[in-house]
Design a protein around this ligand. Structure first.
Ligand SMILES: Cc1cc2nc3c(=O)[nH]c(=O)nc-3n(C[C@H](O)[C@H](O)[C@H](O)COP(=O)(O)OP(=O)(O)OC[C@H]3O[C@@H](n4cnc5c(N)ncnc54)[C@H](O)[C@@H]3O)c2cc1C
Length: 352
């Protein structure tokens, strides 16, 4: 049976929902919104951090691990199966008007009633020549994601702040062989942190790092100015993140002290009809958490759209089309001529 859908009656120039960001959070939201029959467009510039991880081993349901790139591919396929549309574009600016949001991308412009920001963050790699080739293989950013896989191996923590010291102390849980390398930056950790390094006998290398000795993405050592090479198998860094909140800020959304978008439990931001999910929010930056936040945001958007449709009577208009065009009562089980009996019942219901 051909069914009328709410999106058939919607303004074709304006999407019910646009998601900026087709990474883990955005795709999870897209799947939920597609299944909720919402007219949804995902706009993505293609730089999900998930691409950097060839072996995700902490995501539910993949006991043998899954390539981050493959996870994105599966998610996109799942969302497309639910009629979600995709655009490869980068949104440069957003403005909020009475009728909704107006988005300007590199390629074209878009309008939407509700906007979800799932734009993620960018982890800054350490400033070490040729280290980028080892990203996700033997150079990592996240203890929760990757400490388990480097257990028992020699590890260098690159950084000169107190986070680097705390990182090194935390890594002792996984390996007895942990060093800190400041890359010639003056340490700016506290006395307490200096004392901890001493107490736990963690070596600190203060010279400039001139390069990484690696073969096929696998780190083998750190080379220092003056010619020393220290044999290590893995590097973790604490240089920090660039959080993609420019669009949120331009709309006046509240950020926390760390620069992440403040959201309530339903992923609503401080700006009406604007939501955020994934690593742009204060949540821990993990795939499964990003997926959960995307789902929570989608549920809130769906609920909010439903309430809006009661307030502005668009549900009533939709129902009128259904009553005109579709079979709205079940066929009678008693009557052999089902169509006639349901028509009668419909008429009765209408005149009641
Ligand atoms: C090396 C590495 C290894 C990791 N390993 C793991 C792991 O093993 N397990 C784990 O749980 N997590 C891991 N992570 C973290 C994981 O990748 C993130 O938690 C996850 O990708 C966050 O999802 P997200 O949707 O918030 O952001 P992302 O997946 O990064 O997606 C954001 C998307 O938004 C798009 N975007 C941004 N701005 C715009 C714009 N203006 N217009 C259009 N599109 C835009 C980007 O192109 C990107 O596709 C790892 C991260 C790195 C860097």
């Amino acid at each position: 049976m051909e069914m009328t859908k709410p999106k058939d009656l919607a303004n074709p120039n304006r999407r019910e929902v646009i998601i900026i960001g087709g990474g883990i959070a955005g795709l999870s939201a897209a799947i939920y919104l597609g299944r909720a029959e919402r007219d949804t467009l995902v706009i993505d510039s293609g730089h999900s951090m998930a691409r950097w991880e060839p072996q995700v081993r902490n995501y539910l349901g993949f006991p043998d691990g899954v390539d981050g790139e493959a996870l994105l591919k599966y998610g996109r396929r799942q969302a497309k199966w639910h009629q979600v549309a995709f655009a490869n574009d980068e949104i440069k600016s957003v403005t909020r008007r009475k009728a909704g949001f107006f988005l300007r991308g590199r390629r074209t412009t878009y309008r939407t009633n509700r906007l979800l920001l799932a734009t993620g963050i960018f982890h800054l790699p350490p400033k070490i020549p040729s280290v980028k080739e080892c990203l996700g293989h033997s150079m990592f950013f996240c203890k929760d994601c990757d400490a388990y896989r480097v257990r028992g191996k020699p590890i260098a923590i690159c950084g000169a702040n107190k986070e680097a010291v705390e990182y090194a102390l935390g890594m002792l849980h996984y390996s007895p062989c942990v060093v800190v390398a400041t890359n010639a930056e003056r340490p700016h950790w506290s006395r307490k942190h200096a004392a901890l390094l001493k107490e736990y006998e963690i070596p600190v290398y203060r010279e400039k790092i001139t390069g990484v000795n690696h073969r096929k993405n696998q780190v083998r050592g750190l080379r220092f100015k003056g010619g020393t090479e220290v044999k290590i198998d893995n590097i973790f860094t604490t240089r920090g993140d660039v959080i993609h909140t420019g669009l949120a800020e331009s709309l006046g959304a509240r950020l926390d002290r760390e620069g992440q978008i403040v959201v309530d439990q339903c992923m609503r931001t401080s700006v009406p009809r604007l939501y955020a999910a994934g690593c742009v929010t204060p949540a821990n930056c993990q795939m499964i958490i990003a997926a959960g936040e995307g789902a929570a945001a989608a549920q809130a958007i769906n609920r909010d759209l439903f309430e809006e449709s009661l307030r502005n009577h668009s549900l009533r208009r939709f129902r009128e089309v259904q009553l005109e065009e579709e079979r709205t009562m079940p066929l009678s089980a008693v009557n052999a001529d089902g169509r006639a009996s349901s028509d009668k019942a419909r008429n009765r219901a209408r005149s009641a």
